[in-house]
Design a protein around this ligand. Structure first.
Ligand code: NAD
Ligand code: MG
Length: 408
């Protein structure tokens, strides 16, 4: 079905077709919230989820996409039956191939990449290859594939817009020609802010007793379980350092992590003349989502204006390296290069899953990642096959370690 039959009211420009990968997650739901505020400007082409067919069905009722993709076969069958019962025309596709298909459809102009973890790599890459505007939330995809991903973006002419609040903030504080190289545009450093998560002040000797419930209760943001645990270990910030290196073509030497417990400044860029530009706002992902959907224009997002007086004060601290070993591991993996960051990411995914399943302790997460990195020799990350192989080997190694130190 051609998409240009849907014209925005009061304007002659055609409505923009959007595919939301990971529609049922925190980012997916926030994306649909912003899209629904601008019905003339956008329409939903496809929605995807792993297995939550009830929520995907509700989203299909509201947004009437052409396609819905479920990676779980039984869930896809359920969704198909329920759509038919309601007389809805949405076509259901299954599996990873379906995800890649809806990321590359000609009537899709923008792809929100909001699947969590390595599962998002192939569909996000498919969107990049097809030259879409890629709204990147799925940082793990970029951490795994780095150069390869950036090369695909450059080759296809795709637009890459960061959704991660820090990177979106950095993007907003950069000059438009930053891709020429940060040095040539006068940028000295990128300062990534971090809340420090829920255990910033917990006595160190209590860190090993932390439960999944405590780890998932983030002080400032509501997020999926995996990224919540990553925020508690600060692996999230580690992944974000790597993400920033690729997005802004720089190295860890030009990136600094600053603890900022209020999560009001989302990140900063420091220039050679002493200027420091920051982006501020309430911690609500609809701001970066609306920014990336509208760029270079601006759109309303539903986010309340920032009340500086109520905010009162902004604090900054150095992150505690002993408390957050994952941060060091991420810096080291990027500096090692090649497949080391894919190994880091895969070991982290397995360790976080095991922690959430109560098979290992919170403090075992970093140990498992460190041991996996030590066991596997990194190689070049120049082909998708090599990256996926490193990911697989790291998962197997990390699973063995989980099994060895498992508490239950
Ligand atoms: P979430 O767990 O809430 O949602 C994940 C989505 O991915 C769901 O729709 C789920 O169905 C889908 N999914 C999960 N596993 C899948 C698989 N194997 N195959 C296909 N689909 C699968 O996660 P989230 O918090 O929305 O985060 C999504 C991504 O955005 C992550 O990469 C995260 O790091 C990033 N991110 C999130 C936030 C946030 O505030 N939540 C902020 C910045 C970046
Ligand atoms: Mg972030």
């Amino acid at each position: 079905m051609p998409s240009d039959h849907r014209l925005s009211s009061g304007s002659s420009s055609a409505s923009i077709g959007v595919t939301v990968l990971g529609a049922t997650g925190t980012i997916g739901v926030n994306t649909l919230d912003v899209l629904a505020r601008h019905p003339g400007r956008f329409h939903v082409v496809a929605l995807t989820a792993q297995r939550n067919h009830q929520r995907l069905l509700e989203q299909c009722q509201v947004h009437q996409p052409e396609y819905a993709v479920m990676t779980d076969r039984a869930a896809a069958e359920q969704l198909r039956t329920e759509l038919r019962r309601l007389g809805l025309p949405t076509e259901v596709l299954v599996g990873e191939q379906g995800l890649c298909e809806v990321a590359a459809l000609p009537q899709t102009h923008y792809v929100m990449a909001a699947i969590v973890g390595a599962a998002g790599l192939l569909p996000t890459l498919a969107a990049a290859r097809a030259g879409k505007r890629v709204l990147l939330a799925n940082k793990e995809a970029l951490v795994m594939s780095g150069q390869l991903f950036m090369d695909e973006i450059a080759r296809s002419g795709a637009e890459l817009l960061p959704i991660d609040s820090e990177h979106n903030a950095v993007f907003q504080c950069m000059p438009p020609n930053f891709a020429q190289g940060l040095e040539s545009v006068g940028v000295e450093r990128i300062l990534l802010t971090a809340s420090g998560g829920p255990f910033r002040n917990l006595p160190l000797e209590q860190m090993h007793e932390v439960t999944p419930e405590q780890a998932c209760a983030h002080p400032n943001w509501v997020m999926g379980r995996k990224i919540s645990v990553d925020s508690a270990t600060m692996m999230n910030k580690g992944l974000e350092v790597i993400e920033a290196c690729w997005l802004f073509a720089t190295t860890t030497a030009h990136i600094e992590v600053v603890l900022h417990p209020q999560s009001v400044i989302h990140s900063l860029v420091s220039y050679t003349d002493g200027s420091v530009l920051a982006q501020l706002g309430n911690p609500d992902m609809r701001t970066p989502i609306a920014h990336a959907l509208a760029w270079p224009e601006r759109l309303s997002s539903g986010v309340a204006p920032l009340d500086l007086i109520a905010t009162g004060r902004l604090d900054f601290h150095y992150p505690d390296r002993d408390r957050f070993p994952c941060l060091r591991l991420a810096f080291e993996a990027f500096e090692t290069g090649g497949t080391a960051t894919a190994v880091l990411n895969a070991a982290n995914e397995i360790a976080v899953e095991a922690f959430l399943a109560r098979s290992i302790r919170f403090t075992d997460i970093a140990r498992i990642i460190e041991h996996t990195l030590a066991e596997l020799t990194p190689g070049p990350a120049d082909t998708l096959e090599r990256i996926l192989q490193a990911d697989q080997q790291a998962r197997e190694q990390a699973r063995r370690l989980v099994h060895d130190i498992g508490h239950h």
